[in-house]
Design a protein around this ligand. Structure first.
Ligand SMILES: Nc1ncnc2c1ncn2[C@@H]1O[C@H](COP(=O)(O)OP(=O)(O)OP(=O)(O)O)[C@@H](O)[C@H]1O
Ligand SMILES: NC(=O)c1ccc[n+]([C@@H]2O[C@H](COP(=O)(O)O)[C@@H](O)[C@H]2O)c1
Length: 291
């Protein structure tokens, strides 16, 4: 796609609302494609990140290997997009702290990851809308990604990066709307990272019509770190070092985070989420008791 450099980009679609003083982070976005035969790809991981763990970061590295070995895409950017406080999931710390921790993790342990605070600092935004926001910022506002000779700009493909547990919820009634699933999986696509306890084949069983846009990435090293377990360890005064990047552990200690159940632990944030959290805690609790 070529862009007219002299005209200003069209305004964002009305569905996109903006937090105050927001700027889209581009400091690590590759604006030039290394291989002109490839299609630029931007990875977006949506989630709570309460707190961000090494496994969240590892998802991007696994995706990078997969994309290089199996596709015609070239990754030009990777973004963590922490969910809004209005998601009200049990254990969800304030967006302020979650975004700070994600920033520490991205800036201090990676050369290419970025954190986009767009959804964190405003009302709850559905994942389909979050992906539209990336599409607008990268392909409409920035005009896409330039080829090395600067002759043209190619539109980047935006793709969701998610664990198989999140994808499994796409088959649960009432969690995702059909038009949103079609928008996310039909238009953008998803890279799914295998997660212990969430069978990948089962997770995509009912998503067969979008199979061409669904990429499955198997774990080669089993690791079932979750934010729930980390929160549980912290409440019990156990060490979380080497489960999270060191600057994030230091930040948690410095601010005394996750010492109690937190404001949303028993709030009416939705019985399903609360039940799920209880289940996860029970599971995590059993495994720590066994240690
Ligand atoms: N160990 C893991 N393996 C694969 N995917 C993971 C892993 N941990 C998190 N993810 C994925 O990262 C994304 C963001 O996850 P989220 O912030 O909800 O972390 P979580 O550990 O599942 O949190 P919680 O324990 O609070 O539910 C989701 O797509 C989730 O599937
Ligand atoms: N309908 C939707 O758009 C929808 C449904 C469920 C979860 N999600 C997203 O998936 C992520 C889930 O994160 P958790 O795994 O922490 O619950 C969040 O970013 C949330 O916004 C989106």
């Amino acid at each position: 796609m070529s862009s007219d450099m002299n005209s200003s980009p069209p305004p964002p679609p009305a569905v996109l609302s903006y937090p105050p003083n927001y700027t889209f982070p581009t400091h690590r976005l590759s604006r030039v494609l290394r291989n002109p035969d490839k299609q630029p790809l931007v990875l977006v991981a949506c989630g709570s990140f309460s707190p961000v763990t090494y496994l969240h970061l590892r998802m991007f590295e696994m995706a990078k290997d997969y994309v290089r070995q199996n596709t015609d895409f070239e990754i030009v950017g990777g973004y963590l997009s922490p969910v809004s406080d209005q998601y009200k999931k049990p254990g969800l710390l304030s967006a302020h702290h979650r975004v700070n921790m994600c920033n520490l993790a991205a800036e201090q342990t990676s050369q290419w990851l970025m954190v986009d605070p767009w959804e964190a600092f405003q009302s709850y935004q559905r994942t389909a809308v979050v992906l539209d926001h990336f599409e607008y910022e990268i392909n409409t506002r920035l005009g896409g990604i330039a080829t090395a000779d600067g002759a043209e700009k190619k539109p980047a493909r935006v793709m969701l990066l998610a664990g198989s547990d999140l994808i499994a919820t796409m088959s649960e009634p009432g969690v995702w709307s059909e038009p949103d699933l079609d928008h996310i999986l039909g238009r953008y696509g998803v890279l799914i990272i295998e997660r212990a306890g969430a069978d990948m084949d089962q997770a995509i069983d009912s998503l067969a019509r979008w199979r061409h846009n669904i990429h499955l990435i198997h774990q080669l090293v089993q690791n079932d770190v979750s934010s729930t377990k980390v929160r549980l360890f912290l409440r019990r005064g156990l060490s979380v070092r080497y489960l999270l990047p060191a600057p994030v552990v230091d930040y948690i200690e410095e601010h005394g985070l996750y010492m109690d159940d937190g404001p949303n632990a028993s709030a009416a944030s939705g019985a399903v989420a609360a039940e799920k959290e209880k289940g996860k805690e029970k599971e995590a609790s059993t495994s720590t008791a066994a240690c």
